[in-house]
Design a protein around this ligand. Structure first.
Ligand code: HXC
Length: 302
């Protein structure tokens, strides 16, 4: 993709099915991916599978589990799916039991599952706030805790990759709940990397930029379209002059958890072509979140 002025932007990545890592890098390993049945979680799971990993997909939705299973089988890897609400510590324990029964203890955990929808902060009900924080932050902690306890008990090395968001640093107008939760997730990366490093557990974060995919929720996709037109027209709004290809995120995840990244821990890697740093003194005119979402004036009885 290039702009009309002829500036090329960042080059397109190598094709699907290629990798910077040697074939078989993950042979014999199992990777546990929360929310791995759809969207970016599925894209990450696929890249681990291509490199030889067996995959465990955890999700609340049987449809998402079926989609995850099909995607992993399509690249010829072994897959187990487990129904799990990551807010429920007992369910998380049962999901790891099922994973261990099938493949042994997973060596890699990808905390990808997250809740999100756009809303002006003042319109969020207490339960809406709690739900997003509970899934995104508390769920990430509960799954990390279960995974780490099993590795600490076994004395085995492991790697965690937490999927984050750049509004963990910047704040996220229209996404107060998710931005606050993702800031917590980023902070957890830094804490847990230090606590668990001495026991051989590496903890990193991975932040996606704009990777359009068919599983985006309608309200997030519509918000993006309202801000920048149809998804395929977003390229010239990115410093890279293109959006991300999902495999690029998967490659980053597979690198972070690989033997070649053993000395990288406590780091959050942003894969967004520098889009989140595109802040200047002259930004587009301010539109309130209420106006962006077509909410009208705030009324106390709402
Ligand atoms: C306002 C909403 C809402 C919405 C749910 N709620 N959806 N409020 N707008 N669109 C409120 C409900 O009214 C309820 O509050 C409370 O949230 C809990 O709703 P439930 O439906 O009972 O919760 P649950 O089924 O547990 O979870 C629903 C969900 C979740 C939070 C919407 O299914 C979800 O997040 N799905 C999307 C997952 C996803 O796409 N994640 C990746 C996002 S990407 P009341 O008060 O009525 O009880 C990302 C990166 C950043 O995060 C992207 C930046 C653009």
């Amino acid at each position: 993709m290039s702009s009309e002025s002829g500036t090329p932007g960042l080059p397109a990545p190598p094709p699907t099915g290629t990798s910077a890592l040697p074939a078989g890098t993950y042979d014999g390993d199992t990777v546990f991916v929360t929310g791995g049945g759809t969207g970016l979680g599925k894209a990450i799971a696929i890249e681990f599978a291509r490199l030889g990993a067996s995959i465990v997909v955890a999700s609340r939705s049987s449809d998402h589990l079926a989609a995850g299973r099909a995607a992993i089988e399509a690249v010829g890897a072994e897959v187990e799916v487990v129904e799990c609400d990551i807010r429920d510590a007992e369910a998380v324990g049962a999901a790891f039991d099922a994973a261990e029964d099938r493949f042994g203890l997973p060596r890699v955990l990808v905390n990808n599952a997250a809740a999100n929808f756009p809303s002006p902060a003042e319109d969020l009900s207490p339960n809406a706030w709690r739900t997003v924080v509970d899934i995104t932050l508390n769920g990430t902690f509960l799954v990390s805790r279960e995974f780490a306890r099993r590795h600490l008990a076994a004395g085995s090395p492991a790697s965690i990759v937490n999927v984050g968001a750049s509004y963990a640093w910047t704040g996220g107008p229209g996404f107060a709940h998710s931005a606050a939760a993702k800031a917590g997730v980023k902070n957890l990366v830094e804490t847990l990397a230090v606590e668990w490093g001495p026991f051989g557990i590496q903890v990193n974060g991975l932040v996606p930029g704009l990777f359009p995919h068919e599983d985006m929720t309608d309200d997030i996709r519509e918000g993006l379209e309202q801000a920048g037109g149809p998804m395929d027209g977003h390229a010239d709004r990115q410093p890279a002059l293109r959006v991300g290809e999902r495999r690029e995120l998967g490659w980053a995840a597979t690198f972070l958890a690989s033997p070649y990244a053993r000395f990288i821990s406590g780091h959050t890697l942003v894969v967004d072509g520098a889009n989140w740093q595109r802040r200047t003194l002259a930004n587009p005119p301010i539109t309130t979140v209420r106006d962006q979402l077509g909410r009208g004036a705030f009324l106390l009885e709402d």
